[in-house]
Design a protein around this ligand. Structure first.
Ligand code: PPE
Length: 309
């Protein structure tokens, strides 16, 4: 997805011009994938632009840093304020995608990251639907990847580590080259884990099922937890249970969730139609409430929004 440049990027406490937000080629994280990052969205609401579940994203960012023993020189409160500053100063009143990254900079080379300088950058730009408008409306086609999700003892899947996404990219490219929209990855023990950058739900017998993040080696998604709240408030039971690939083939409905992707129906998995092959009624209902909630149109979920002004 192309990036539309905005004016300023926040780096280590200062706003710098977009085109000057550069790093040295010997940046540690470029060589070893040792950064941690987040994907956050802001949306236009009746009360002005607001960031969706900002505190939770900052908390997860700092948790990812903790896993890598990165000592972050900013507090959660400072990072929350910095994200809002980036949205405000770039005049992104129609909403945007926000990408904070904590990375190890130039200064040391070698596999011991501990002596490296730590940098924090936050960029934001307007970004449309990650899997396309067509996918959001009519559903996408998934392929079960030949690439497995990481074993959590090979790569800490609870943390959003830049280097981990080589695994996701391999799966994504394989799926795209085979003519699918997205890949679904299995854990080393053959259970459904997640998609390359999204969590996954199936609907079966009126209940929602999503793989348990820890045993499936998936990221605990903030969109996933929002969808669980929405479903709970609709009186729909949500289970965290292991899923096999055949559970995807035989689901009544399925959809994926992520900040960038939002809520996207799945219409086929490995060329099997999911249900009727069209977005199902529960998926459509949850999608509609999610899109309204992020735009501040549902009173019950107003606490999820952090206003920028
Ligand atoms: N799993 C993975 C592997 C993942 O990267 C994401 C977010 C999720 C699940 C969903 O998490 P959440 O956003 O909290 O609901 N992926 C981010 C980066 C995507 C990218 O392609 O880059 C995102 O959606 O911003």
């Amino acid at each position: 997805m192309p990036i539309t440049p905005t004016e300023k990027i926040w780096i280590d406490g200062e706003l710098v011009a977009w085109e000057e937000a550069n790093v040295h080629v010997l940046t540690h994280s470029l060589h070893y994938g040792s950064g941690v990052f987040e994907g956050i969205r802001a949306y236009p609401t009746p009360g002005g632009v607001a960031v969706f579940r900002l505190a939770e994203h900052v908390e997860r960012l700092l948790a990812s840093a903790k896993v890598l023993l990165i000592d972050v020189p900013f507090s959660a409160g400072q990072l929350v304020a910095a994200v809002k500053e980036v949205v405000r100063e770039n005049g992104l009143s129609e909403g945007c995608y926000i990408r904070p990254i904590i990375f190890l900079g130039y200064g040391e080379m070698g596999l011991n990251p501990l002596p490296c300088p730590v940098s924090v950058a936050i960029a934001a730009w307007p970004w449309g639907s990650y899997l396309g408008e067509e996918g959001v409306a009519n559903g996408i086609r998934l392929k079960v990847s030949s690439w497995q999700r990481h074993d959590p003892n090979a790569m800490p899947t609870a943390a959003k580590i830049t280097g981990m996404y080589v695994n996701s990219s391999l799966a994504k490219v394989e799926a795209l080259k085979a003519g699918y929209d997205e890949a679904v990855m299995l854990s080393p023990d053959g259970r459904v884990s997640e998609c390359t950058g999204e969590n996954l739900f199936v609907v079966k017998g009126g209940r929602l099922v999503t793989p348990p993040a820890s045993s499936a080696g998936a990221l605990a998604g903030i969109t996933q937890s929002s969808v669980e709240s929405i479903a709970g408030d609709l009186g729909i039971e949500v289970l965290h249970e292991d899923l096999l690939r055949t559970d995807l083939y035989l689901a009544d409905e399925a959809f994926l969730t992520g900040t960038a992707a939002e809520v996207v129906p799945i219409c086929q998995v490995d060329d099997r139609l999911v249900g009727s092959g069209k977005p199902g009624p529960l998926t459509a209902q949850i999608q509609q409430i999610y899109f309204a909630a992020v735009r501040g149109q549902v009173d019950r979920y107003k606490d999820w929004l952090d206003h920028v002004e």
